[in-house]
Design a protein around this ligand. Structure first.
Ligand SMILES: [Zn+2]
Length: 182
């Protein structure tokens, strides 16, 4: 039934295929092609990849950022883009660009049978992000905060930190991304 683009019932017509509005990445995010970590990811294709990359902005309660496993475009919460602190938004972009590269290489982005923190795609992307986080001056305590997301448990948080080589005791009082939730 969903393969039909227009469906008619009760004297109404419903167009079942909604268009997705995509924007060029470079319209919103500039200078990434000069970041050594990003050049390390895409090599000589860096400029071309970023030039061709598309972004979809989502409103409402869509979490933070994601990468489509259908065509490799970025999904970004406009709320997070507006309200997230600069370092977090920057690191989230670095993280997603790592997924973009995984997609380009034909690697899976999602592992439905594994916990989020054990998915090889996430471990690789978080390791990469942590490395860049250290370069911009974040401490292990701040990185540990960065790794805390509402949808993972305390145990998973610690496991993720271990997977990516971040040490320390989590700050239980202040979840890094908690302030984004209203
Ligand atoms: Zn990810």
């Amino acid at each position: 039934m969903f393969c039909m683009s227009v469906q008619v019932k009760f004297n109404v017509q419903i167009e079942r295929i909604a268009p997705t509005k995509l924007y060029p990445f470079e319209r919103f995010f500039r200078g990434f092609d000069e970041i050594p970590a990003i050049r390390e990811l895409f090599g000589r294709a860096t400029k071309r990849v970023l030039h061709n990359l598309k972004v979809e902005f989502l409103s409402a309660r869509f979490g933070y950022m994601g990468t489509s496993d259908v065509d490799g475009h970025l999904l970004i919460s406009s709320n997070h883009l507006k309200n997230g602190d600069f370092d977090t938004v920057y690191l989230d972009l670095v993280h997603e660009l790592c997924h973009v590269n995984q997609f380009r290489k034909g690697k899976p982005l999602f592992y439905p049978k594994l916990s989020y923190v054990d998915a090889p795609s996430e471990i690789e992307a978080y390791r990469f992000t942590v490395k860049e986080g250290r370069r911009i001056g974040l401490t292990d305590a701040q990185l540990l905060d960065y790794l805390k997301m509402e949808w993972i448990s305390k145990k998973e948080h610690l496991r993720l930190a271990r997977h990516v080589g971040v040490a320390g005791k989590p700050n239980v009082k202040r979840g890094h991304r908690r302030h984004l939730q209203k």
